[in-house]
Ligand binder design. Structure first.
Ligand code: HEC
Ligand code: CU
Length: 417
């Protein structure tokens, strides 16, 4: 009796293959997702992708060759009849000089093909292009449970120190950026998949990486090392700007916090630079996530403009007062206003960010309201709730806010552009 080429039991599995492949595609294996390492936007990520593809090609060749030999042997020498089944195994042989030399040489060749570009890439990604020649820029990123602080050593503010921002890293496009990696607590990992591979932020160790965005744009980042309760939502954004816009952004950020309340003395300060070179996007009201997701870069640009018409100075002034009374100032810096804390993100220009809570929520008045009302709902274990709103030792509530107070705080924080 002749047996079928493919054992009958295997046939249903094979028939299911196209369905499985379709399912894999449907479940979102698109190669140009927000955090796809296949959709590279800068030289470092590109070099890493190229190296990955070299490995894929070499291993694909090995897979096909070994698989083909295996399939050939299995099909050609399989037991065809009941007599075959009962027969003794054929005489076993070993030791063929040519085959052995051939296999060893082929393995060495494969390893060399992978090793040469690997070594080249190790140096390429480690060594930040020469500062003078390549016009490199430097930033220090510090991981906190569960958000990121960014410092700009090149932008020193008189009597304050370097410019500090949180969760949204703005960089010049087309220039190499050296990122010093630090942490204040546990190990985190800094990863912007479209711009560069991840590097860990390790306590008491000065790591760094460099990246470059070829074009202005909005890129998604993520902590990539498990760091506690809210690790999965410890995100950040990288916004790359053209040279002119970057200078404008820096000038704006270096200014102390904006004041909308007419009663305060600093209200007479000269009007701040407006992002005139950014196009306005009418309708980009940032209320619904659909618009934001469709074009986050446009949404970010829109966020940079103050909107005096939509502001309520009296409410903002009340918010500013509440920000002190409710002890928010103990953890947050609002440069030029009362806040001096460093346990949480710098909020001097929080109104100009597209996201809050480390890339977790879109920065709309409604979302900010939700966050201030119940931070623990969005980020379990976060240090604003545990240690700020409540005493972690006793569970006693320390900060209590009613709806009007939250509205005032939101009006104040949203005015900080
Ligand atoms: C015990 C310190 C502490 C106190 C007190 C505190 N916060 Fe926070 N705040 C934090 C930390 C830490 C984060 C970052 C949370 C995260 O993303 O994990 C944060 C995040 C925020 C954010 C989001 C900022 C961003 O860019 O992601 C806002 C807005 C905010 N706090 C407002 C307030 C207000 C308003 C108060 C007072 C009612 C307050 N905070 C009190 C520590 C504090
Ligand atoms: Cu982390």
């Amino acid at each position: 009796m002749r047996r079928p080429l493919i054992p009958r039991k295997l046939a249903p599995c094979l028939r299911a293959l196209p369905a499985l492949a379709g399912l894999a595609l449907l479940t979102g294996c698109w190669l140009d997702g927000r955090q796809s390492t296949f959709d590279v936007k800068g030289p470092v990520a590109r070099a890493q992708l190229d190296l990955f593809m070299v490995t894929v090609y070499v291993t694909a060749v090995i897979f096909v060759v070994v698989g083909a030999v295996l399939a050939y042997a299995m099909i050609k020498f399989r037991a065809r009849t009941a007599a075959d089944e009962r027969a003794e195994p054929p005489p076993q042989g070993h030791g063929n000089f040519l085959v052995e030399i051939g296999l060893v040489s082929a393995s060495v060749l494969c390893l060399v093909i992978i090793a040469v570009p690997t070594l080249k890439n190790i140096w390429f990604t480690y060594e930040v292009p020469d500062v003078q020649r390549a016009n490199a820029y430097e930033i220090t990123a510090t991981g906190y449970q569960w958000w990121f602080k960014f410092e700009y050593p090149a932008e020193q503010i008189d009597g304050v120190g370097p410019l500090v921002t949180g969760n949204e890293l703005v960089i010049p496009a087309g220039r190499p950026v050296r990122v010093n990696l630090r942490t204040v607590d546990v190990i985190h990992s800094f990863w912007v998949p479209k711009l560069a591979g991840k590097v860990d932020m390790i306590p008491n160790r000065a790591n760094h990486l460099w990246l470059q965005a070829d074009q202005p744009g909005y890129y998604y980042g993520q902590c990539a090392e498990f760091c506690g309760d809210s690790h999965a939502i410890m995100r950040f954004r990288v916004i790359a700007l053209g040279e002119k816009e970057f200078a404008l952004w820096r000038a704006n950020q270096e200014q102390p916090a904006r004041s909308v309340a007419p009663a305060t003395a600093d209200a007479e300060r000269k009007p701040r630079a407006v992002f005139a070179s950014f196009t306005t996007h009418p309708g980009a009201a940032l209320s619904g996530s659909a618009e934001f997701d469709a074009d986050p870069f446009a949404a970010w640009q829109e966020k940079q403009r103050p909107d005096p018409a939509g502001e309520n100075p009296a409410l903002a002034a009340q918010g500013r007062r509440l920000f002190q009374e409710k002890t928010c100032i103990a953890c947050h810096t609002i440069r030029g206003h009362e806040g001096v804390g460093v346990a949480g993100p710098d909020l001097t220009h929080v109104g100009a960010r597209t996201t809050i809570a480390a890339g977790t929520l879109e920065n709309t008045p409604q979302r900010m309201h939700d966050w201030i009302a119940d931070p623990n709902h969005f980020k379990p274990g976060n240090k604003m709730f545990n240690g700020g709103y409540t005493d972690p030792a006793t569970g006693r509530r320390l900060i209590v806010l009613n709806e009007t107070e939250i509205d005032a705080l939101v009006a104040y924080l949203q005015s900080l552009k």
